[in-house]
Design a protein around this ligand. Structure first.
Ligand code: GLN
Length: 211
């Protein structure tokens, strides 16, 4: 009988189930990171997979290719999803979540009131590892905001709407933002050892579980 009590060593929140959009691109590194942080992970390959998850990560890749692979039905289903459940887009995923997309213009889900420019850093520095600052609003490590950021053909957030919180900056530019349930980063936190950005997203997923 006591076994039941002792097996509940962590009587915290229930395990969250997070989907990672697995159509193309860098989804496996997100899966590993989320599992390492204790989440149950589902690879999302078809629209119906969205029904069983508490939150979604849209990985890097090529946003134009994502749009093609999603098709009209997938895009529409995703648009509904991001209104209801926490979603975190990295790089191409951030582009998909934006309101306006430039270079070239393409459809965005409009989950975050930002304008974003694809491939904004030019050829020479299209991929680089830089140090930025991670500043989540109730972050518990204000003294240690420095964080490694991996940029790969990164987009640039060119306008941040009034309802959008800036979570991270690099060289004065916003590189991670959040509005309501949606979070986006123009870099690839899944490729660094630092787990704080994914932790922040899992916090968001847990907060919205109760709703
Ligand atoms: N350049 C890609 C795009 O425009 C994004 C690159 C990435 O996700 N690493 O969609």
């Amino acid at each position: 009988m006591n076994d039941v009590a002792t097996s509940r060593e962590k009587p915290t929140r229930r395990e969250v189930t997070v989907g990672v959009l697995a159509l193309q691109g860098d989804f496996d590194a997100h899966r590993r990171r989320l599992e390492e942080l204790g989440a149950n992970v589902v690879l999302v390959k078809k629209p119906g997979d969205l029904d069983q998850i508490d939150g979604l990560v849209i990985p890097g890749g090529e946003s134009g290719t994502f749009l093609k692979l999603l098709g009209k039905e997938g895009f529409e289903k995703l648009r509904q999803f991001v209104r209801l459940k926490p979603t975190f887009g990295t790089c191409a995923g951030a582009i998909l979540l934006a309101k306006e997309v430039e270079n070239p213009k393409q459809a965005g889900l409009g989950a975050i009131d930002i304008d974003i420019r694809r491939n904004a850093y030019g050829r020479q520095i299209d991929s680089s590892i830089r140090e930025g600052k991670f500043l989540p609003p109730n972050g518990d490590t204000p003294g240690n905001s420095a964080i490694e950021m991996v940029f790969i053909r990164a987009p640039k957030i060119e306008r941040v709407g009034p309802g959008v919180e800036v979570l991270a900056i690099e060289n004065g530019d916003p590189v991670a933002v959040r509005q309501g349930r949606a979070m986006a980063a123009t870099f690839h936190p899944e490729l660094s050892d630092d787990t704080r950005v994914h932790q922040e997203f899992l916090k968001l997923v847990s907060e919205f579980l109760a709703d």
